[in-house]
Design a protein around this ligand. Structure first.
Ligand SMILES: Cc1ncc(COP(=O)(O)O)c(C=O)c1O
Length: 376
């Protein structure tokens, strides 16, 4: 069986985790937490980076930091993970869904402005498969309308656009290190506060809803309840595993990109014949190979292809089902404009096995089976 994914392991994880277990003060000292946060500072140029328990937690923290109130509107793609919407729905916001772009599966910047009302507070973007959204166009819009960007960069650690790291474009950016990401600690996340004006409110939400950060910094002699917040920081055990992988970030991402390129090359003949659509990556994008997907002509064909691969012991998977198409999505949101692409592309998309320990021969096997499928 070629599995869909196997969690990345590079070798130092156990050693670093044991260093935490062997030191009774490690959980208080948070050496690895600091090392990880420093790593994003040094390697991604993110001045204010914090570890969290998950990208889901980071998105919820973003909603608290932006002080989202009931009735506020937040624009987002409907082709997105449910946490992007839940984080804001939990605060009583209305999710306003906009179509994806024809060239990638990201929010179509050209369709965003029509969705803005006097209640709009923020735009959530997803760097799908570690490919950046059109932030130049989106920034023009947010500046015109005084809105925030929450950049969901769950997929994009180490990826760049025009030599700028993903996770540096939003006022706030969120990261995932769950077991399915290139860089992982089993379960974990991160948040970058790129807009310094948001830091004060962020610290309160991140520190249980208190001014504990000021207390630890010696700016106050006690700390107290200041607002809404929760227990967001990551465990030091997970931080130890994460740091071992951040040290290997380039090696890990390079291997993902090699495998991604191999899929692309090997599948190109089928794309040239018009059987499938392959991802279109802009020249300025230096993605991290997180996810390789192709699109079939119809949803029915996609499901048959997944079943055909499964019969031949290959686990390929679909991805997000549309948020606006779900029964719950209709109660907390609305789609603005025409759904020209979202539903169709979501139903036609197949993700192929791609993980750090996948072998080149496995890619060839997967492509042979897909070629065989289209030969019938
Ligand atoms: C775009 C996106 N955002 C958020 C998440 C949630 O990440 P986590 O599992 O770290 O909460 C995911 C999950 O894969 C995702 O794909």
């Amino acid at each position: 069986m070629i599995p869909f994914f196997r969690t990345t392991v590079t070798g130092n994880e156990g050693r670093y985790v044991n260093r935490v277990l062997e030191n009774a003060d490690a959980f208080a000292a948070k050496e690895f937490t600091q090392k990880c946060e420093q790593w994003f500072n040094e390697h991604h140029g993110i001045a204010h980076f914090f570890l969290t328990k998950s990208c889901t937690a980071s998105l919820e923290l973003a909603a608290l930091t932006l002080n989202i109130q009931p009735g506020d509107e937040v624009i987002m793609p409907s082709f997105a993970f449910v946490s992007c919407a839940n984080a804001f729905a939990l605060r009583g916001a209305v999710c306003v869904f906009v179509d994806v772009s024809p060239t990638n599966m990201n929010l179509d910047a050209e369709k965003v402005e029509a969705a803005i009302t006097s209640k709009t507070k923020a735009i959530v973007t997803v760097n799908y498969a570690s490919v950046a959204c059109n932030y130049t166009a989106l920034r023009r819009i947010t500046q015109r309308h005084n809105l925030f960007i929450v950049e969901d960069n769950a997929h994009g650690t180490g990826a760049k656009h025009n030599n700028d790291f993903l996770g540096t474009f939003g006022d706030i950016a969120t990261f995932s290190f769950d077991h399915l990401k290139n860089i992982t600690c089993g379960q974990g996340g991160g948040i970058a506060i790129n807009n310094k004006n948001l830091l004060e409110r962020f610290y309160v939400a991140y520190e249980f809803g208190t001014n504990r950060r000021s207390f630890f910094n010696g700016q106050t002699d006690r700390y107290e309840w200041k607002g809404l917040g929760s227990n967001f920081p990551l465990s030091e055990l997970n931080a130890a595993m994460l740091f071992s992988q951040l040290e290997e970030c380039n090696t890990i991402n390079t291997r993902f990109v090699q495998l991604w390129n191999k899929y692309f090359e090997e599948l190109s003949p089928l794309a040239v014949k018009g059987k499938i659509l392959l991802p279109q990556i802009a020249e300025q994008s230096q993605h991290n190979g997180h996810c390789f997907y192709l699109k079939t002509t119809t949803a029915g064909e996609r499901n048959k292809l997944i079943a055909f691969l499964q019969d031949r012991h290959i686990n390929a998977q679909f991805h997000y089902t549309t948020l606006h198409g779900s029964a719950f999505g209709k109660t907390v949101g609305r789609f603005v404009g025409n759904d020209d692409l979202t539903a169709h592309h979501s139903a036609a998309l197949v993700r192929l096995p791609l993980f750090y320990s996948l072998k080149d021969e496995d890619v060839v096997t997967v492509v042979d089976v897909i070629t065989d499928f289209y030969a019938h």
